[in-house]
Design a protein around this ligand. Structure first.
Ligand code: F0G
Length: 398
């Protein structure tokens, strides 16, 4: 059953519906978990190991074996910051971001509904993922991208998997508004995160974190927030497993935004339940360059209900954190993902996070998504002859 998060109006699962027809708010799937957690043991480590908790037809699954991502203990960085740190590496999904979790479920629903065309607006990763899953499902795929603001790796993926890519003169929020209007006119099935089936896939990040910690909850989950779907999804996942009795505690949801694109943090700091959109969002972390997040109500509920927090970080803090994670722990992530690490550092400094807390930072996309930022952050390799004497001399003098 689909339910409105604001007024509680209920809809049948097979309605093609993105917002509540009564009050206009966002929707969610109501899932009742009536299995034991032992059922997941011994299954292949993809998100479909949780199939009893994902409300789609399992005979129609479109999958690239997403989920089951690395959960790396980061001892060096953790002890530097005085916390017990684990990093959930979502860049290890098939197209290099957490979007694949949402897309496998969203695309499965698209097949169930019998649609022929799917579409999204995207800051990059959603389009890369949608293009790949649409190819696998054999559906037509339309993608709107904010012109000039999509990292190279993501653009390459969307184009190469065969999506019809349109570069929109406008920002993400404007591109999404246009795409949504076309979806409401029924030209295509919308697979942005306003589609509640997307979040049913992404909630498995929450499931996996609890499982990865041997059925314990971290004190806190920290992640970047853009359109605000993922924080809402992870909160749904951990809440479902908590309510099913699989864990005894529940984490504080901590959402990090870039200073130039921070409507959710602004709302949190005012205690508001909805955001005031940021008109011209700007940040080097193009994935989260979003001013009017569609899942704002869900995200703020997640933060308030979990006794969580939201903070902003500057572009400089993001780039420093990206390098720090890459060079102290060997984990390469794109700038938006590094916002979680930058946020962790800031909240430890501010005293919001206590020493000794167990923290999971979700790093959402792979380093290679944005090669330009990575290359610009480094000095050029030196050009040297293949002469062993010259090379030895250089090595010895370093
Ligand atoms: N991190 C990365 C790497 C992302 O691509 C996104 C969102 C986020 C974090 C934020 O997640 O929107 O659920 O709060 N990317 C979307 C896209 C908007 O189009 O690829 P969110």
């Amino acid at each position: 059953m689909i339910r409105c998060v604001s007024c509680g109006e209920e809809y049948d699962d097979n309605n093609v519906i993105y917002t509540c027809e009564k009050c206009g708010s966002v929707l969610e799937l109501v899932v009742d978990i009536d299995v034991s957690r032992d059922i997941f043991e011994g299954r292949r480590d993809t998100l479909w190991k949780f199939k009893e908790c994902i409300p789609v037809d399992e005979t129609k699954i479109v999958s690239l074996d997403e989920g089951g991502t690395p959960f790396c203990k980061c001892g060096k960085l953790g002890s530097e910051l005085g916390v017990n740190l684990y990093v959930k590496v979502e860049g290890s999904n098939p197209t290099g971001s957490f979007k694949d979790r949402g897309m496998t479920v969203g695309m499965t629903k698209a097949i169930e509904l019998g649609v022929s065309t799917v579409g999204c607006a995207s800051t990059g990763n959603t389009s890369a993922s949608l293009a790949a899953y649409a190819a696998r499902a054999g559906l037509r795929c339309i993608v709107f991208l904010p012109s000039g603001k999509v990292a190279l790796g993501k653009l390459a993926q969307a184009m190469f998997h065969g999506a019809e890519v349109m570069s929109i003169n406008g920002n993400f929020d404007e591109a999404l508004e246009a795409m949504t209007a076309l979806a409401l006119e029924k030209h295509l099935y919308l697979l942005n995160s306003i589609n509640p089936y997307r979040l049913e896939g992404q909630k498995t990040i929450g499931y996996e974190i609890l499982r990865d910690l041997n059925w314990q909850s971290p004190d806190r989950i920290i992640l970047p927030v853009g359109n605000a779907g993922n924080i809402s999804a992870i909160w749904k996942g951990v809440s479902e497993f908590y309510e099913a009795g699989f864990v005894r505690d529940i984490p504080m949801m901590t959402g990090i935004q870039a200073e130039g694109a921070c409507p959710v943090t602004n709302a949190f700091k005012k205690g508001a339940k909805k955001v005031v959109p940021v008109e011209n969002p700007e940040t080097i972390a193009t994935a989260i360059r979003i001013g009017a997040p569609v899942s704002d109500i869900k995200a703020l509920n997640a933060i308030y209900d979990s006794n969580g927090y939201s903070e902003t970080v500057s572009d400089e803090e993001i780039l420093n954190a990206q390098k720090l994670l890459a060079r102290t722990e060997g984990i390469g992530v794109e700038p938006a993902s590094a916002a979680s690490i930058a946020g962790l550092k800031k909240l430890v400094d501010e005293g919001v996070i206590d020493k000794g807390e167990t923290i999971t930072c979700v790093v959402t996309g792979h380093l290679l998504k944005d090669p330009n930022v990575a290359i610009d952050a480094c000095s050029k390799p030196s050009e040297v002859e293949a002469d062993i004497d010259v090379l030895r001399e250089i090595l010895m003098n370093k």
